[in-house]
Design a binder for this molecule. Structure first.
Ligand code: SF4
Length: 384
């Protein structure tokens, strides 16, 4: 496939509902089951080693009407929580073995309970990820939590999940993450070599594929990017920051670029590309994953890292990518992201870094208001 075909294939995959993505993967892997992974992070390797395909649950975009979920939630809530619940209530997830949620915010916690109560046939797990990354007990705690997930999943499936199988899955996901890092690294130096919206599309579509099928696509894309002749273009060098679970519509990222911004780095779909480097199993893959979560993860707002404040992380992300401005793209009603924005804004104002906040929601039909704001922002910097 050419790069264009890969990106188009990924766009098509993102148009599918989770059960349709699972059905597509089953054409090649007839025996696999599906397991939903609500963002931001879960140990995918344990799921894959159990003979399941981890499928990112990033809501339903504009593909389902919310008719049942509204009655279970208050009105001021992020779209991803509503549309994810709607998928379960409409029996759209019945082909799945279950799903895992984690401790991101109260909304995600409530969502997990609501899904569990309303879909008793599915195995729903909630991971209590550590809030303190540096205490003496953090490693034991995280290992125990991942082990609990492994044991419960194995017991539900009535099938062992061996260290050997987890080790093999780790090799595959290491490869996915390392190729993704390479793509991001290349884009950082040559932002014109791939559109930010295309890279984002590919990375998100990868959360709906078996890693063994995704790896060849990433390899081909990277090889094409390295040899592609590009004409550098002028623009405001930005990082996009602020996504928690809900991810911006691809159309919004198109608008960011069309308005004159060059995206040097971003934190989109960060849970699926969380680590700085490969995780080495060393005979204890679950322990290695726990260790990597605590000490080998990239800076992100969604990890509670007292020793490395996220404001410092953002400044480093800017410096390392050579960006000169920040676009905050939080989901509407995402309280954690909006609270973070206050901290970030203060830090950026102190450092005299230009920034702009552009909120989004799943059912955005038009981006005209955002386009005008972004164009004004970019022009004010380009012609300053
Ligand atoms: S998008 Fe924000 S508010 Fe919604 S579940 Fe995620 S962290 Fe919570």
């Amino acid at each position: 496939m050419t790069s264009e075909q890969i990106v188009q294939h990924c766009r098509d995959v993102l148009e599918l509902l989770p059960r349709e993505a699972l059905a597509l993967a089953r054409e090649k892997h007839p025996d696999i089951g599906g397991f939903g992974v609500f963002p931001v992070y879960a140990p995918l390797e344990i799921i894959h080693a159990a003979g399941l395909m981890p499928v990112g649950l990033f809501g339903a975009g504009d593909k389902v009407e919310i008719s049942h979920a509204d009655s279970r939630f208050q009105s001021f809530i992020c779209s991803i929580a509503k549309s994810t619940l709607e998928l379960f209530l409409r029996d759209e997830m019945d082909d799945f073995v279950g799903a895992v949620f984690s401790s991101i915010c109260d909304v995600a916690r409530n969502l997990s309970s609501l899904v569990q109560r309303n879909t008793p046939a599915l195995y729903i797990e909630y991971l209590h990820l550590p809030q303190n990354m540096a205490s003496a007990g953090s490693l034991d705690y995280t290992t125990a939590e991942f082990t609990r997930f492994r044991t419960n999943l194995a017991s539900h499936l009535e099938r062992e999940i061996t260290d050997e199988a987890i080790g093999k899955s780790l090799v595959l996901y290491n490869k996915v993450r390392s190729l993704t890092r390479d793509l991001y690294g290349h884009r950082k130096h040559k932002p014109s070599s791939i559109d930010a919206s295309d890279l984002y599309t590919v990375v998100q579509a990868g959360t709906r594929m078996m890693p063994e099928d995704f790896i060849p696509l990433l390899e081909q894309l990277l090889a094409d990017m390295k040899t592609r002749k590009v004409h550098p273009r002028d623009g405001v060098k930005v990082v996009i920051e602020g996504s928690f679970c809900e991810q911006p519509p691809v159309g919004l990222i198109d608008v960011v670029e069309a308005a004159g911004c060059l995206v040097k780095d971003d934190d989109m779909v960060v849970g699926w590309r969380l680590f700085h480097e490969d995780i080495v199993a060393n005979g204890d893959p679950v322990g290695a994953m726990a260790q990597a979560y605590l000490t080998g993860s990239v800076y992100t707002s969604v990890r509670h890292d007292r020793d490395n404040p996220r404001t410092v992380g953002l400044m480093n992300r800017m410096k390392n990518s050579g960006a000169e401005a920040v676009i905050f793209a939080p989901a509407k009603f995402c309280e954690p992201a909006l609270l973070d924005y206050v901290l970030f804004r203060q830090k950026l104002d102190e450092a005299d870094v230009p920034h702009l906040k552009v909120e989004f929601e799943e059912k955005m039909w038009t981006f005209e208001a955002s386009r005008t704001e972004l164009e004004t922002f970019a022009e004010s910097m380009l012609f300053d």
